[in-house]
Design a protein around this ligand. Structure first.
Ligand code: GLP
Length: 249
């Protein structure tokens, strides 16, 4: 794992956008795995700014998002499809037909199969962007007894409902289920970029980087991937975590 320590959320966002833009410039039809949540918002804003300045061209880019809530239509302001349209897709020259997000209204089993096949048909993911849940979830892969291999439906944990209900009118409105890429799907990405910001993620990041590799803390599996870059701000990187600028496993 390569760990890049930065001073602020803004710097994290800029560095992440640089890595994504470099990937697109190297391979214009890249398949990008994208994430939602508060953490990547700044990264998307930087990519929009790069596009406006003519530094990056999304015309051939394909995207696959990690996850979607069950029961929300694409028009629902809390859906991840809506988030991606508003934060990124509507502001760049990407072909909407090349943007993929699991369907929240389809038959669960069929949708998971379709999504997994879709990712394979695109040739797999070149660069997967990830945020980190407080309980170690990546995508919506919640702590479990086993690492889930493929795209699958999940029952969200209380900790995730607690963390994400801030984005809904009330806690009751927040869906209890979601569809997410599996740990296996994520681990097959050629390159992974994990972005983490804020003191509330400190313990989760320490366990991701240095803890035992266990399915009850899903992000720990990233230690086994051969090309992971972590960009984290000072607040998220604890001083006592034995980290230099760079850790190579
Ligand atoms: C959400 C998403 C994850 C995201 C995580 C952290 O539940 N499904 O993909 O990484 O929570 O979100 P945030 O960046 O808002 O802390």
């Amino acid at each position: 794992m390569k760990v890049i320590r930065v001073n602020s959320y803004e710097e994290m966002s800029r560095r992440a956008a640089d890595i994504i833009a470099a990937q697109i410039n190297k391979k214009p039809d890249s398949v990008l795995g994208l994430a939602t949540g508060s953490t990547p918002e700044g990264t998307y804003a930087e990519l929009v700014s790069d596009y406006e300045k003519g530094k990056v061209d999304f015309s051939l880019v394909r995207t696959v998002n990690l996850d979607e809530y069950e029961g929300l239509s694409p028009e629902s302001p809390q859906s991840y499809r809506y988030f991606m349209n508003k934060r990124l897709f509507e502001h760049i020259n990407i072909d909407p037909d090349n943007t993929h997000i699991p369907g929240g209204l389809s038959d669960e089993a069929e949708e998971c199969k379709r999504y997994e096949e879709l990712i394979s048909s695109l040739g797999g993911i070149d660069l997967q962007l990830l945020g980190l849940g407080h309980n170690g979830h990546i995508g919506f892969n919640e702590p479990a007894q086993e690492f889930a291999r493929h795209t699958h439906p999940v029952e969200l944990t209380e900790s995730t409902i607690e963390a994400n209900s801030r984005l809904f009118q009330s806690r009751e409105e927040m869906p209890r289920r979601a569809v997410t890429m599996g740990i296996g799907t994520i681990m097959q990405a050629k390159q992974i970029l994990l972005i983490v910001s804020g003191g509330d993620k400190k313990e989760a990041l320490r366990r991701t980087l240095c803890g035992p590799i266990r399915p009850d803390f899903p992000a720990s599996v990233l230690q086994l991937h051969r090309d992971v870059t972590v960009i984290a701000d000072e607040a998220a990187l604890s001083k006592d975590t034995t980290l230099s600028q760079d850790i190579a496993f």
